[in-house]
Design a protein around this ligand. Structure first.
Ligand SMILES: [Zn+2]
Length: 316
């Protein structure tokens, strides 16, 4: 039986200062039915207390493994208490937290914090295929550039439909009263936008988009209504206010906390924000942390992947 788990950051810092607590917390979520070998799946493993590792009874390479093996914590010299406290901070800071701040809080270098945070974001990506339905808002935005110009830029793109060279187009799909999906898209053309809509929204749903030719042709599968931004007031259900609010939250988080985000890494920040948003209801900080830790298995992220040598972007 697990001891009472932490409910606040302060309790988490105290609780995870004990390496046994760290291990037991992760074990209970990684192996709820008992520890098994990550290489062969064998349940006949023995715990080597002095090494804080297990050994598989089968004869193969890599017989010994730790709770970090095969997770986002794999091969990291950073201790589990720091990993877990960083995870707590990241999943629960509504507006995000910078790598400088995490570095200071944990006493690690900014570069280590940056790498660690990208791995945690990886755990926050669920890759769900569950489709959105009901009343669904669809909108695009551009991310990047200077924060103080964002408002003007946003107004400009409404008129010109372009985002500028330093900005990355992002599509957002929001089920009213439900979850959000966001993805970096190559452009705002029909093919790019509609494939995201069809991937994430159940046919037959009510769809609200702005007046962009790229959305033409969706009426066959959806009850499609176009929002007229030139009209000051909002008439009934035809609006994308939910997503407008989401974009401002996202942009505040990115421009206020992260200073600048390279387009390549943008999808990870999108994942981070949608994780917090999609797990905001009926969940407290401890629940969100618990969920993130459950998602760590099998999501090891190498330096090569973080720096863009092997992995490709996805939608979240
Ligand atoms: Zn084994």
């Amino acid at each position: 039986m697990e001891a009472a788990t932490p409910k606040t950051l302060q309790e988490a810092v105290v609780y995870f200062a004990d390496p046994d607590n760290c291990r037991e917390y992760v074990v209970a979520r990684r192996w709820p039915n008992g520890v098994t070998c990550p290489t062969c799946g064998n349940a006949k493993v023995s715990f080597l207390k002095n090494q804080n590792k297990w050994q598989c009874s089968s004869h193969h390479a890599k017989r010994q493994f730790s709770v970090k093996t095969g997770t986002i914590f794999d091969d990291s010299p950073i201790s589990l208490d720091k990993w877990l406290c960083a995870t707590w901070l990241i999943v629960n800071c509504k507006n995000g937290i910078s790598s400088c701040e995490v570095a200071r809080d944990l006493g690690i270098t900014q570069k280590s914090a940056w790498h660690l945070m990208h791995r945690v974001r990886r755990a926050m990506y669920t890759g769900t295929i569950e489709k959105l339905s009901g009343h669904v808002e669809v909108d695009e935005t551009f991310i990047g550039g200077k924060a103080r110009n964002m408002h003007v830029a946003k107004r400009l793109r409404r008129i010109t439909g372009t985002g500028g060279k330093d900005k990355t187009p992002v599509i957002g799909i929001l089920e009213r009263g439900g979850k959000v999906r966001t993805a970096v898209v190559p452009n705002r053309k029909k093919k790019a936008l509609q494939s995201e809509v069809r991937k994430h929204v159940e046919a037959g749903s009510a769809l609200y988009t702005d007046f962009l030719l790229s959305y033409e042709g969706l009426a066959g599968d959806y009850a499609h209504q176009v929002v007229d931004h030139a009209v000051e007031y909002v008439d009934g259900a035809a609006h994308t206010n939910g997503l407008e609010n989401y974009w401002s939250l996202l942009k505040r988080s990115i421009s206020g906390t992260y200073v600048s985000v390279e387009p390549y890494h943008l999808f990870r920040y999108l994942d981070e924000q949608s994780f917090r948003y999609n797990n905001r209801r009926d969940m407290n900080d401890a629940d969100r942390f618990d969920l993130a830790v459950r998602q760590i298995v099998g999501k090891r992220l190498t330096w090569a992947e973080v720096t863009g040598k092997t992995e490709t972007a996805h939608s979240s």
